[in-house]
Design a protein. Sequence first.
Length: 371
Amino acid sequence: MNFKKVVALSICAAMVAGMSASTVMAADLPDQFKDLKANEAYEFPMMVKSFQSTYWDAAQEGMKKAAEELGVTYTAQGPNSESDIADQVNMINTAIASNPKGLGLAACDTSSVLDALNDCVSKDIPVVTFDTGIADAPEGSIACEVCTDNAQAGSVAAENMYNAIKDVVANADGQVVIGEVNQDATAQNIQQRGGGFIDKMIELLQADGKTVAVAGNEFYVNAAKNADAKEADADVVIQVAVPAQTTVELCSNEAQAILSKENCIAIFGSNQTAAEGVLAANANLNVLGSDAANGDVIGVGFDAGSIIKAAVQDGTFLGAVTQSPLMMGYYAIYALTAAANGQELEDVPTDGYWYDSTNMDDEEIAPNLYD
């Protein structure tokens, strides 16, 4: 296990257990945050994507812990849904108008916040992005990025899924379909995670001599540079669906369309909303399970929450990949405090972790499985 993973897990374990563990956490901080003290009692607006999932509740727990340690405060704000992009932009602009000492940002749509980031540059307001990076951010606008390595996390989901379906793929008489439901094609973290899954799955399939096509949503089709066949001719089609809006219901509709295909052998829901949508679709179809050889469609989720955890526990999902929103919220407050002090910062990448029914209670995994 690498050092960053150890740091992530130890921090999350301490938080979830409710321990008074400031000393331990400080000892595990990256060097750039060690011995950090706030020059004044900063107040930071923290823009989350919504209060739609428990993921963001967990992120706020991390923010709270860091704020207590540093003697700063924060206000978490966000729209009702991650599809309410204009609402989030209005909240960001209102926060910028108050000239804060720093701004935390998890953008619903990265292209929609570029003007706001330019305003932050002109007002000398440091911005720390968490959960979602902004690849085309204006120069000098982002002080630090605290995000999961989403391409890596998507590849972890693909690797574990492929181990379960490779014999079915090898012995298939005709074309088979692997589904992917992404809640959107605009947020960089979802783009990278969905793309990481697709790229790794293509690599694994081609290594076993199979041709692959990617079909469905235009963004993900165009991003899959290594697909080597047309949909009609491919041994395996990776079918990618994106709903019109970010809701469990609409993700469920997309998942049901894929799961209804007779040759569908697996499906991936790339975040909490999408994964819960896959499970909602399965409530009508009852095709998911953990035994591919017996004809089950192999489902893999992402994130945690009680619905996904229960599905992993009972074998409806093979497993899922979780992030550590606690750690991202925690590090984001530390990064904002350092940036407000005038410190130059390096990005803080974090890993995704595979969990299934065999390791959910392990001390290295359980702290990441927020409700």
